[in-house]
Design a protein around this ligand. Structure first.
Ligand code: NAD
Ligand code: DAO
Ligand code: ZN
Length: 377
């Protein structure tokens, strides 16, 4: 049963239908929308990348944040899949489930395009914003804007989860960790007994290692320029960690191929650097190796390799949110964690109390020893 205190539900009655004024003003949800009280938000590098102006398509002023857990405070007209008091994870990849959505109807993808264009413009599906400050409209971010006390999201972006879940951990399932797990399970459909190379050992890379180990990988190599990441990678299941800057002769491909002469069955880029993506492809196994791009490259970057690499049996793939159909499958991931089949604990390297201490989370992220900084809001 829901473990939401009755005072919280009572307090929600007082705010329903009204604009909530917190650090920004949050208008009530319109049709097909849900207003949520954010409980915890983990800072992801994409938020900071956008904040610092590295995403040339970033829209300002906006409310960032997209890795959160939350309580439904009120619902707009026509909302049926969640109700006040439900516990949700806002998902930047929606799932409309419409009979005429060829993407939702296909088992091959999670890329529902139903609200894609307005989400990309920083707006709700009706083309307007629910957020403002001092009378000026603010843009939404990735359909979530959860680095805030309250957020308005589309109903089709709200994954209803078990009410007894630990919300300070489950927020991680809104982006990074789910993506790494899904890259292994859905995108690559990794079989047991395989060799794996993971480039980049942040939360994404570690979640790839964790899932690879779960499915029974035989040998897992982690690659990172920051050796502070090696201990957690090994604890998660990496057999060996390599620093490309200091490995034998500075040639990371040669170093990796010493252990696996013909290459690795599965390789993953979790750095977002196109040169690394190329190395990841080129250490994939001759004849059948598959390489998955998870990292998000800077705008304008392009990948390249010699076509010979593909002719000789390697293939290049990519994943968005690990291929999970958000509303259907995120709740299942929560259950897996609650059953103890997967753990989120190692990713929460920093816990910060209160939105006003947000800068501590940003500093933590820049420190090089942070996987995820969870801000309890
Ligand atoms: P992170 O910054 O915590 O981790 C990246 C790691 O890569 C760091 O440990 C860094 O030291 C390492 N690195 C940097 N340059 C390297 C190099 N040349 N060789 C080897 N290692 C190198 O980031 P994260 O949160 O783990 O996210 C990783 C990437 O995944 C980001 O690009 C992020 O935007 C992306 N991402 C993609 C999806 C998706 O759906 N595809 C979802 C979430 C995040
Ligand atoms: O539906 O066309 C679309 C947009 C899909 C966006 C996928 C983005 C995946 C990477 C997001 C990184 C978040 C940290
Ligand atoms: Zn859809």
């Amino acid at each position: 049963s829901p473990n939401i205190p009755s005072q919280v539900l009572e307090a929600f009655k007082a705010t329903q239908g009204k604009t909530i004024t917190c650090q920004a003003a949050v208008a009530p949800p319109k049709a097909g929308e849900v207003r949520v009280k954010v409980i915890a938000n983990a800072l992801c590098h994409t938020d900071i990348y956008t904040l610092e102006g590295h995403d040339p398509e970033g829209l300002f002023p906006s409310v960032l944040g997209h890795e959160a857990s939350a309580l439904v405070e009120s619902v707009g007209p026509g909302v049926t899949s969640v109700q006040v008091g439900d516990v949700v994870i806002p998902c930047y990849t929606p799932e409309c489930r419409a009979h005429d959505c060829i993407f939702c109807q296909s088992p091959k993808t999670n890329l529902c395009p139903t609200i894609r264009s307005t989400q990309g413009q920083g707006l709700m599906p009706d083309g307007t914003s629910r957020l403002s400050k001092d009378g000026q409209a603010l843009f939404h971010f990735m359909g979530c804007s959860t680095f805030a006390e309250y957020a308005v999201i589309a109903e089709i972006s709200a994954a209803k989860i078990h009410p007894g879940a630990d919300l300070n951990q489950m927020c991680l399932l809104g982006c990074g960790v789910s993506t790494g797990w899904g890259a292994v399970i859905n995108t690559m459909k990794m079989e047991p007994g395989k060799s794996v190379a993971v480039f980049g050992l942040g939360a994404l890379g570690l979640s790839v290692i964790q899932a690879s180990r779960l499915v029974g990988a035989r040998y897992i190599v982690g690659v990172d320029v920051n050796e502070k990441k090696f201990a957690s990678a090994q604890a998660m299941g990496a057999s060996l960690c390599v620093n490309p800057q200091t490995c034998d002769g500075g040639d990371v491909k040669a170093q990796l191929l010493q252990a696996e002469k013909w290459g690795y069955d599965y390789t993953f880029d979790c750095t977002g650097h196109v040169a690394v993506m190329r190395n990841a492809l080129e250490v994939a196994h001759r004849g059948w190796g598959q390489s998955c791009i998870i990292g998000v490259a800077a705008a304008g970057q392009e990948i390249s390799t010699r076509p010979f690499q593909l002719v000789t049996g390697r293939s290049w793939q990519g994943t968005a949110f690990g291929g999970w159909k958000s509303r259907t499958e995120v709740p299942q991931l929560v259950q897996r964690v609650m059953r103890g089949e997967m753990t989120l604990e190692p990713y929460v390297t920093h816990q910060i109390e209160g939105l006003s201490r947000v800068n501590q989370a940003i500093e933590a992220l820049h420190s090089g020893s942070c996987l995820r900084a969870v801000v309890k809001i």
